[in-house]
Design a protein around this ligand. Structure first.
Ligand code: FE
Length: 330
């Protein structure tokens, strides 16, 4: 952000108004032109909340205004909307900032984190295979090379690029039929969008890029497996059983137990914590693939080992590659 640039801060209703004040103060300090775009509250308060639907779809004048600034700070979360895509295509960069203030403060983006996230992106982009194991019986292999690797490191200085304050991870996707094996979630692993911690192991059997079975594990309750199955089935869309993106988080400041303390989090911190291996199910259109099912789960796992082309990258939840560790842990 500099003297030649313009910034718009987007909020909705009475949400995060203090965020807008803080961002405009910061923009002024940097000499940039700033304004606050405040969208109305939803008129149908009883309606189901849809990710990305902040009311811009019926407000083309507002969308045009946002296309004409250098940067939008999005405190309304228009993520995954067609309007966001159009604003980015016009060259406007976008930073989402919606997490509670203490999390934004703790996960303030740094060049050092960015370097490690972009190095991760490079590793993922160059690999032909990715294998994950854990002590609960996970052994799954992704065939890579069809889709790009993406990085989120919490800020953006590139025209048209989006990022999310608090993120520190990289990911890619397999060939559409390129995942085979078994994943077993262990207690403490996280299921988004439930925003809960697994209590009882969940076993996914995967063939040719699709989950073909979800079950509990002998000696444990099957409750978490039943929840996952019921959730995916509720979409009545077999594409919800597809395997989606896969990667890892790098931010040693992020707390995997963050939701225990504050259930209001969006889930940035729980996707970014150091050494987590995150896999997901459902759509791959974010990477350029054909699957656009609305049934999407992100599942960060602890204590996994991950190999790229048989080279150990993550060793039981810590990085085997020294350059992926923060300086203090090398
Ligand atoms: Fe995802």
């Amino acid at each position: 952000m500099n003297e030649s640039e313009t910034i718009a801060v987007l909020t909705r209703g009475d949400e995060r108004l203090e965020y807008a004040d803080a961002f405009m103060w910061a923009a002024q300090r940097l000499g940039a032109q700033a304004y606050h775009m405040r969208l109305p509250s939803p008129s149908d308060a009883a309606g189901a909340w849809q990710v990305g639907d902040v009311g811009l779809g019926t407000n083309p004048v507002a969308v045009e205004a946002l296309k004409n600034v250098d940067m939008v700070v999005d405190c309304a979360l228009m993520l995954f909307s067609a309007e966001q895509t159009a604003i980015q295509a016009a060259g406007t960069r976008i930073l989402s900032a919606v997490e509670p203030i203490p999390i934004l403060a703790r996960l303030f983006p740094t060049q050092e984190l960015r370097d490690r996230v972009e190095l991760s992106q490079k590793y993922l982009a160059e690999a032909k295979s990715l294998r994950i194991t854990n002590d609960f019986g996970t052994d799954v292999t992704y065939r890579l090379g069809k889709y790009p690797a993406l990085a989120e490191f919490g800020y953006t200085d590139t025209p048209g690029r989006w990022d999310h304050w608090g993120c520190g991870f990289a990911f890619t996707g397999s060939y559409d039929d390129g995942v085979d094996g078994t994943i077993v979630l262990s207690p403490g692993d996280i299921i988004h969008p439930f925003d809960t911690y697994v209590q009882s192991p969940v076993k996914f059997t995967i063939e040719k890029g699709y989950v073909v079975d979800i079950s509990g594990v002998e000696g444990w309750s099957s409750l978490d497996a039943d929840f996952v199955k019921a959730h995916i089935d509720s979409f009545d869309d077999p594409r919800g059983y597809a395997m989606s993106h896969v990667g890892w988080g790098l931010d040693e400041r992020a707390r995997w137990h963050g939701m225990v303390q504050d259930p209001a989090v969006i889930g940035v911190e729980t996707r970014s914590f150091y050494g987590n291996v995150m896999f997901s199910t459902g759509p791959n259109n974010e990477l350029g693939g054909p699957n656009d099912t609305p049934c999407h789960m992100d599942i960060p796992m602890r204590n996994c080992s991950l190999y790229l082309d048989d080279e150990l990258i993550v060793d039981k939840g810590d990085f085997a590659v020294p350059e992926l560790r923060p300086a203090s842990r090398r």
